[in-house]
Write a protein that binds this ligand. Structure first.
Ligand SMILES: [Zn+2]
Length: 264
């Protein structure tokens, strides 16, 4: 059972007194702190944060591993700076976390999202890129009236969108059109998007050679790791650099380390 708020007695408003210019006391109503907290709790409920990341925070992000690459500590610093500076200093820009899996990109993204919802009253939502497209596709095939529009609108208009694992999808024209529509709409509205990707933030590996008849290009593509440019196209990749501050993370998979340690 919820206890009645001792400050406002459950009304959700508290009366504030302030001296006015003519020397009289002015009284006005302000939302009580309990109302602000309830709203934040509701917003967090709606943010779709995956269960296994529910308890994540910037404070619980571990960077003190002996072998931790300096880029890990830097990523945490940049995350804090972003959360502290939002929304004035961030000015509509987002963050693009890159690096192999297991470095905590999602942990940092979720932590920022939670902080901004709880402390800044922001609205926000978490989506895995693939999951979002699957959801839109299934709504579309069911022809649920208005549902696709409602979902798209919520993703496009929320203050903060976390798009996790960008590029981890089955490529199709529809996927790219939908993704670039979402990203461009948010960019135009000056809304911050936080993105994570395991793909290297590089141009197309296939375009590194200027030779028009490069018979080794195909073979090289096969051995080179696929890049973000390969996967989402150069135009969208360069749009991401405009939209986001790039946070490049390097190093060993923390989870692998923990696994090894416990079986040593
Ligand atoms: Zn209250």
């Amino acid at each position: 059972m919820q206890e009645t708020c001792p400050i406002c007695g459950g009304s959700g408003l508290r009366i504030v007194e302030q001296p006015s210019q003519d020397g009289l006391t002015q009284r006005f109503a302000q939302p009580c702190v309990c109302r602000v907290e309830r709203r934040a709790a509701r917003m967090l409920d709606q943010a779709r944060i995956p269960r296994r990341y529910e308890l994540c925070s910037l404070d619980s992000y571990e960077t003190v591993h002996k072998t931790a690459n300096p880029s890990i500590a830097k990523a945490l610093r940049m995350s804090r700076k972003f959360a502290e500076g939002y929304p004035v200093e961030t000015a509509g820009k987002g963050l693009l976390f890159t690096g192999s899996s297991g470095l905590g990109k999602t942990h940092l993204s979720v932590s920022i999202l939670k902080t901004l919802i709880a402390e800044r009253g922001a609205t926000g939502v978490f989506w895995e890129h693939k999951e979002l497209l699957d959801e839109l596709r299934s709504i579309y095939s069911l022809r649920t009236a208005g549902a696709e529009g409602r979902l798209l609108k919520s993703v496009i208009t929320c203050d903060i969108l976390v798009l996790d694992d960008l590029g981890d999808i089955t490529p199709s024209d529809w996927s790219w059109d939908t993704t670039s529509y979402i990203l461009n709409s948010r960019y135009n509205e000056n809304l911050s998007t936080i993105i994570t990707t395991n793909l290297a933030n590089e141009t197309r590996a296939s375009s590194t050679s200027g030779e028009p008849f490069d018979k080794f290009a195909e073979a090289r593509r096969a051995v080179t790791r696929e890049t973000l440019g390969d996967r989402i196209g150069e135009r969208m990749r360069s749009r991401l650099q405009e939209m986001c501050v790039v946070v490049e993370m390097q190093g060993e998979d923390f989870r692998q380390r923990v696994k090894r340690a416990s079986f040593a």
